[in-house]
Design a protein around this ligand. Structure first.
Ligand SMILES: Cc1cc2nc3c(=O)[nH]c(=O)nc-3n(C[C@H](O)[C@H](O)[C@H](O)COP(=O)(O)O)c2cc1C
Length: 433
């Protein structure tokens, strides 16, 4: 660790020292915010602002937190091979995803409980920032604002709904139906969570229930539905009681009581058929199904065979299985297996424009952010998320220009390499502060 007397500290380290030592008063927070110059700076400030248990809930990973750290560090093992003397004046970061245009190849990954960081608006704040940026917003089944509230708050935002398959299949379907009826244009199915990762920090901190007054509001089922339940246990309130009443040592473990653990690729086929039927009922355009949490070539193949329209390489930000590859290192084998048949998305460790360019060079169509949006929300709400996305866009533009790429189509595999000696020259990066 550097000391205060070191004359040539980088700004980010000065900010770190300042943020960690200064008391959190409104004026100090304002000063800290003016110092924010990259995505990681929000995490530094959020750490000083949030209660310890909440910060650690957001920031930590499972077991030894190897995958949490490597998601970030692995980007440093990939190096750019810039091409020069190429025209980049009218550079554009625009990308097309399932026929939708996004202003840049970055989106907000579906992640639950935004209201823990932005109590006034929750997910509505994040969706509005995505709407301002012209990018995709992923809404988690475990959101703290409902499918319909988010639609109303950001009607012009491209939104995909993220489902988990519950033991109660009919409730799972009713939620998907609500999303399609409300205007969501795609479905993520998260498949890496048949059990929830055990984060020791949550157990130590006693973070074993969603703090009041926050609630997993989608289970309230405000509207009646044409899909009839066959279960006795489908009401929002009993679902919530199941979830919060379990009192495991760490809160996310409670999900195991709700989630189907006997899943197979036949369930993806089942969901795809149901989505097609629901989309038909609502005369919507085709609704793509993206399988989130694929980490191997084998599963990418099986997902496509089961009817998936897209694959998302993700290890849940290091919050599920520890000791698996960093997302960026799993990407090449998945891209090779998919072989251009479907878009491949990625999240995990995206913090810089150069990360975005490296992921696209390795074959991703677009990349998601998770933790950065929570930290930005905690510090500055919607404005913080917007600022985060703008910083990523500016950095992506700069990286593209310096690599000689005028459009995302010009970002190809030749643009990245491993270090010739197999070594890694980057300085240590703090994955978790
Ligand atoms: C607090 C928190 C809650 C999350 N909730 C969900 C969720 O409900 N569904 C899901 O598919 N992924 C969830 N994720 C994982 C993110 O979608 C994403 O995969 C991950 O955060 C990306 O890595 P990054 O945080 O390094 O950007 C969550 C992540 C965090 C940090």
């Amino acid at each position: 660790m550097h000391t205060m007397h070191t004359p040539s500290l980088p700004t980010s380290d000065l900010l770190l020292l300042f943020a960690l030592t200064a008391p959190t008063t409104p004026i100090i927070t304002k000063i800290k915010m003016t110092l924010i110059s990259n995505v990681n700076d929000y995490q530094i400030v959020a750490k000083t602002k949030l209660p310890k248990a909440l910060y650690e809930y957001l920031a930590s990973g499972t077991d030894d937190e190897q995958t949490l750290a490597e998601n970030i560090q692995a980007f440093k093992h990939w190096y750019l091979r810039p091409r020069v003397m190429r025209p980049v004046k009218d550079l554009s970061t625009v990308v097309t995803l399932f026929g939708h245009t996004m202003k840049m190849p970055v989106f907000c990954s579906p992640a639950g409980v935004h209201a823990l960081c932005e109590p006034e608006q929750g997910e509505c704040a994040t969706a509005k920032a995505c709407e301002q940026m012209g990018i995709l917003f992923g809404l988690s089944q475990h959101s703290t604002r409902s499918i319909e509230q988010v639609q109303e708050a950001a009607p012009n935002c491209l939104k995909f709904y993220q489902a988990y398959i519950l033991k109660d299949r009919q409730l799972t379907l009713r939620l998907v139906q609500r999303a399609i009826r409300a205007g969501y244009q795609g479905i993520f199915l998260t498949v890496d969570s048949v059990r929830f990762g055990y984060r020791e920090a949550d157990a130590r901190n006693g973070f074993n229930a969603l703090p009041a007054p926050h609630r997993l509001v989608n289970y309230d089922e405000p509207n009646t539905s044409s899909v009839q339940s066959t279960s006795n246990n489908s009401s929002g309130s009993s679902m919530e009681q199941t979830y919060n009443g379990a009192k495991h040592k760490a809160w996310d473990q409670n999900s195991e009581l709700m989630f189907e653990q006997n899943l197979s690729w036949a369930d993806v086929r089942w969901l795809k058929d149901q989505i097609n039927a629901i989309a038909g009922q609502h005369h919507s355009r085709p609704i793509p199904l993206i399988i989130k949490g694929v980490m191997t070539a084998e599963d990418a193949q099986l997902a496509l065979q089961a009817g998936a329209d897209g694959i998302m390489v993700s290890n849940h930000g290091g919050r599920q299985l520890d000791a698996c590859l960093a997302s960026i290192d799993a990407l090449p084998e998945v891209v090779d297996a998919v072989a251009g048949r479907a878009p491949v998305l990625l999240d995990g460790g995206i913090r810089r424009g150069t990360d975005v360019v490296k992921a696209l060079a390795l074959g991703a169509t677009a990349v998601g952010i998770g933790k950065p949006m929570f930290f930005a929300l905690a510090v500055e709400g919607q404005q913080g998320v917007l600022n985060t996305l703008q910083m990523l866009q500016q950095e992506t533009q700069a990286a593209m220009a310096l690599c000689g790429c005028r459009s995302v189509d010009e970002i190809t595999r030749q643009l990245v390499t491993r270090h010739p000696n197999g070594t890694f020259g980057g300085r240590f990066f703090r994955a978790k502060l």
